[in-house]
Design a protein around this ligand. Sequence first.
Ligand code: URA
Length: 196
Amino acid sequence: MNEDIRAKWKKFEDDCRSCNACPLSKTRTNVVISRGAKDASLMLIGEAPGHDEDIKGLPFVGRSGQLLQNLLAAYGFKEKDYHICNIVKCRPPENRRPEQVEIATCKKLLAQQFALVKPKVIVLLGSTAYEAFFGDKPVMRDVRGAFREVKGYQIMTTYHPAFALRNDKMKIPIYEDMGKVRKKLEEMGLIETLDK
Ligand code: URA
């Protein structure tokens, strides 16, 4: 990473950490910005930090993070291959869904994050991430697992891993979808082909 990009990241992260543009800033412990590579071709976007993420200041480090990690590892993804973040960067109290105004406010930071990471393939984890992107409420079983090209980005929606923690069967479609993501990145020449 060159000096210019490093400086831009520092400014972005400082801006995130000092943000008090919405009420979530009053109850957070840490601002949760990202995990993984800062220049990854693959970006995974969840809903919002939970308790563990708020304490550690990192996304997806609790139980659903562990599941996500296992699903990614099953397809040979390593930290250098992905950038993980959320629609909002601060934990909503009691883990409620983020409100529209909180999502809209935090989107400005997410847009800056996009401009820095420059992902090619995006995975939206769950309906909140889908709705924040596309504006309509999804029927998850209809939208999951298919790529949609928007402004040059390949975007796939899958179930949120927390859903699979409550309903074991749902691990299967998320696992299948991660396989499609690996295949897409391979086809685009953005990741090495896995040994068969
Ligand atoms: N769920 C999310 O959507 N994001 C996290 O970071 C953790 C749990």
